[in-house]
Design a protein around this ligand. Structure first.
Ligand code: NAD
Ligand code: IPM
Ligand code: MN
Length: 366
């Protein structure tokens, strides 16, 4: 069967890591007898340079006509890149937000899993790591502060900036259902994270989560305030199974969770709606500090491609093969620079490799 994949290479390390994910998909195609067709889609800084817009209507059409979209990352150095002199709606990130909203991709799954072999890249102490951890962050992706009204105005020489955090009960309900559904396939625990001691939107969040929880008697659930959650993620990450949270909290907590797995370069993601379509992208950014050096970790993007195989194409066997190949490459001692052991004396036990070599090594193990 032929699957049509839209490819947003994007900016910075985006094209470098996407090339490795495509290498892996081609390898899956050869091994399992599938065909993947690719269509390049412009988004982000590269689209601004080519068209003046971070995402054109044509690009949205291309995404809509694909079975799924694989993406690298977009954006540049937000202090120095000329893209950040443009009005906010013309900047690279506006393209990504518009794409998420246009395709109604309200459910963002970010799995944070500590590979046994990466214990030495994890900044936490051995007694905290214990037998490792495995959590799924279910981040709401099309509401909250990201999409509420915002405005900067000036009155009598005083500038005021306003952002608004809005959620409707239906937006909360549909993401809560996704969170509980995925918990049923895992260890059946949901931690719903909010700031209900301050925010109305969080109080509504709690109320709706409690209503949804009634339909899932087998799932244990708890509420946790977001500041406490940030602390618990480094104190005892093992306690989490599914973290269900709103857009901005999920953005911040997922970067934090990624670091306890060793690196943001390991954290994959799937952005889904209620159809089979999905946008698959690493959770990290375009890493302008290391772009063009061939040293970025492609694993988050490769694991995102595995999520695409699983969630959009129902190719579970193929997804397992990619995930197992990643495990094996780590077991065999290959590391990109970001997941090298922290202690000097442990470095000689592994071999540091670049982006493209990591892609090749994973393909060899599929
Ligand atoms: P970043 O995630 O790009 O980088 C943070 C740090 O993590 C850097 O030191 C970087 O080198 C490292 N890192 C990230 N991915 C890595 C990988 N695969 N391998 C090895 N190291 C990796 O965050 P930032 O520097 O705050 O943002 C840079 C740009 O990326 C900004 O323009 C931001 O808006 C954009 N961004 C885009 C996305 C996306 O496209 N989904 C996500 C996050 C940030
Ligand atoms: C992410 C990114 C984006 C977000 C940015 C680039 C808009 O940080 O995917 O985590 O905040 O959602
Ligand atoms: Mn982020």
């Amino acid at each position: 069967m032929k699957y049509q994949v839209g490819v947003i290479a994007g900016d910075g390390i985006g094209p470098e890591v996407v090339a490795e994910a495509q290498k892996v998909l081609n390898c899956v195609a050869d091994k399992f007898g599938h065909e993947f067709g690719y269509e390049d889609i412009l988004m982000g800084g590269c689209s601004i340079d080519a068209t003046g817009e971070p995402l054109t209507d044509h690009a949205i059409e291309q995404a809509l006509h694909s079975d799924a979209v694989l993406m690298g990352s977009i954006g540049g150095n937000t202090s120095t890149s000329p893209w950040y002199k443009l009005p906010p709606e013309k900047r690279p990130e506006a393209g990504l937000l518009k794409l998420r909203k246009s395709l109604n991709l309200f459910a963002n799954l970010r799995p944070a899993y500590l590979y046994e072999e990466l214990k030495e890249a994890c900044p936490l102490r051995d007694d905290i790591i214990g037998t490792g951890f495995d959590m799924m962050i279910m981040r709401e992706l099309t509401g909250g502060l990201y999409f509420g009204a915002r405005k900067t105005s000036e009155v009598d020489g005083v500038v005021t900036a306003v952002d608004t955090l809005t959620y409707t009960e239906n937006e909360i309900r549909r993401i809560a259902i996704k969170g509980f559904d995925i918990a049923m396939k895992r260890r059946k625990k949901v931690t719903s994270v909010d700031k209900a001691n301050v925010l109305d939107s969080s109080r509504l969040w709690r109320k709706i989560v409690e209503e949804v929880a009634k339909d899932y008697p087998e799932v244990t659930y708890e509420h946790m305030l977001v500041d406490n959650c940030a602390m618990q993620l480094v104190k005892d990450p093992k306690q989490f199974d599914v973290i269900l949270t709103e857009n901005m909290f999920g953005d911040i907590l997922s970067d934090e969770a990624s670091m306890v797995t060793g690196s943001i370069g390991m954290l994959s993601s799937a952005s889904l709606n209620d159809t089979k379509f999905g946008l698959y992208e690493p959770s990290g950014g375009s890493a302008p500090d290391i772009a063009g050096q061939g040293i970025a970790n492609p694993i988050a993007t490769i694991l995102s491609a595995a999520m695409m195989l699983r969630y959009s194409f129902d190719l579970d066997k193929e997804a397992d093969a990619v995930e197992n190949a990643v495990k094996q490459v780590l077991k065999d001692g290959y590391r990109t620079i970001d997941i090298m052991p922290q202690e000097e004396d442990k470095k000689s036990a592994v071999e540091q490799v670049g982006t493209s070599q990591m892609g090749d090594l994973i393909c060899e193990r599929i």
